[in-house]
Design a protein around this ligand. Structure first.
Ligand code: ZN
Length: 432
């Protein structure tokens, strides 16, 4: 069993003035305590919560004796986290300030300071007693609740003065069963597609990430140029228009959906997911050709890192194991003969120099990921035996096509998991 946690942000219904004022006062005291604690911690190089609490708890209790005692506790937690990251910046020479600024305050709550009442109310204790707050949960919150997630004892909250409500950061947790891995599902992430290998069948999901990122990039640039000239660099209207582009949301959407299909497929088959260990990746990839540094970074984030992260997160939720393998030369070597593949200019099809057979670049990558996982290269992979494999040798049928089955975005976007595939023609037929 493993515990998975997620933070969900829920806002409250507007509060009556009196209740809200009590929270404003609470925030003031909380801020003051955190400021003093951070100052002390940074001055004395204290990074640990335990030490900070040992030194300052009593003092904090005395400072605001009418405040519930556990705030002295959570402010120490909050302050030690802030001090720790500030000291890290300081050490790296990334800040010139002597002390960190306590700009925004998010109040940390432990199980003595707040209690849920059912699923749509919470109570928060203040110097003026308990305050009942009604939540306005959104669909996502209910989805978690319905899927068996429950509220953890820790929470955080922030005041929204303009609307006289609070923003609550709830932590939802779930116990996940881990299963014994029965096979592998290699995933190769590219700038325009994600290719997986399911029991010997390669499936290529078209994502069009490159185009998506490029399109947004140029639109964004245009907006920036136009509004910077008209209203200056920091104009509000520019920010609003940029937000309307919803670039991030669209990218997240693509990533979330593809991660969902992959993880659920692995879960149903009780397979582990095999992905490339990143780090070495950007250098040997096609995005090298993108000259603009910022743009290169964006494509990288959107395609590789972003998709990987989405898969990792989803996998944790389902208890699916993720195996990392060395990405070096995954698309350069023939998985059958271990000989180099010859790619003609810019083509994704290559010919094996030894056997002469044709390969699709992304299919080769998935086979090599699989082989590396089986050999246990650079990972904590289980022993190299799976249902389709015997002694590490991969059964490539003589008639096996090394072309992937392509699935266009509008098709897979409607899937929750991989449809039952007898052979690749099933999906080919679905396309039409
Ligand atoms: Zn070959």
């Amino acid at each position: 069993m493993a515990r998975v946690a997620r933070t969900v942000i829920v806002r409250s219904a507007p509060l009556p003035r009196k209740k809200f004022n009590a929270l404003v006062e609470l925030e003031g005291m909380y801020r003051n305590m955190v400021e003093q604690l951070v100052m002390h911690a940074v001055r004395n190089g204290i990074r640990s919560f335990i030490r900070l609490k040992a030194l300052k708890y009593r003092e904090m209790r005395k400072l605001y004796p009418h405040l519930p005692s556990h705030y002295a506790y959570t402010t120490c937690q909050d302050a030690s986290t802030r001090a720790k990251s500030f000291l890290r910046l300081k050490k790296r020479g990334l800040t010139r300030r002597e002390h960190p600024e306590v700009r925004s305050v998010v109040i940390w709550l432990d199980d003595h300071l707040w209690k849920p009442i059912g699923l749509t109310f919470i109570r928060i204790v203040t110097h003026k007693g308990w305050i009942k707050v009604e939540l306005e949960p959104h669909r996502q919150y209910w989805r978690y609740v319905n899927r068996g997630w429950r509220l953890a004892s820790e929470a955080k909250m922030k005041l929204d003065r303009k609307n006289r409500r609070i923003i609550v950061y709830l932590t939802l947790v779930k116990e996940v069963d881990e299963y014994k891995t029965r096979g592998y599902l290699p995933v190769d992430v590219n700038e325009n597609n994600v290719t997986i290998l399911v029991d010997g069948a390669a499936i290529l999901f078209e994502t069009g990430m490159r185009k998506l990122v490029l399109g947004y990039y140029y639109r964004r640039k245009k907006v920036q140029q136009k509004y910077d000239e008209l209203y200056g660099v920091k104009s509000r209207i520019k920010r609003m228009i940029l937000r309307k582009l919803r670039e991030r949301k669209k990218k997240q959407d693509v990533r979330g959906k593809i991660a969902n299909i992959i993880v659920r497929t692995a879960y149903e088959k009780q397979y582990a997911i095999v992905i490339e260990e990143l780090g070495k990746r950007p250098a040997n990839n096609m995005i090298r050709k993108v000259k603009d540094k910022q743009l290169r970074h964006r494509i990288f984030q959107a395609s590789f890192r972003g998709v990987q992260r989405a898969i990792e997160e989803k996998a944790r939720e389902y208890g699916v194991q993720v195996v990392y393998v060395n990405p070096k030369n995954t698309s350069r070597l023939c998985p059958l003969h271990n000989a180099p593949l010859a790619y003609s200019n810019g083509s994704r099809g290559g010919r094996c120099r030894k056997g002469g057979e044709q390969w699709h670049r992304d299919v080769v990558a998935t086979w090599n990921l699989l082989l590396r996982a089986l050999r246990g290269d650079g990972s904590a992979a289980p022993s190299p035996a799976g249902p389709t494999l015997d002694g590490g040798r991969v059964p490539f049928g003589p008639t096996a096509t090394h072309e992937p089955t392509r699935v266009p975005k509008p098709v897979w976007a409607r899937w929750n998991t991989l449809p039952q595939i007898q052979n690749s023609t099933t999906i080919n037929r679905m396309k039409r």
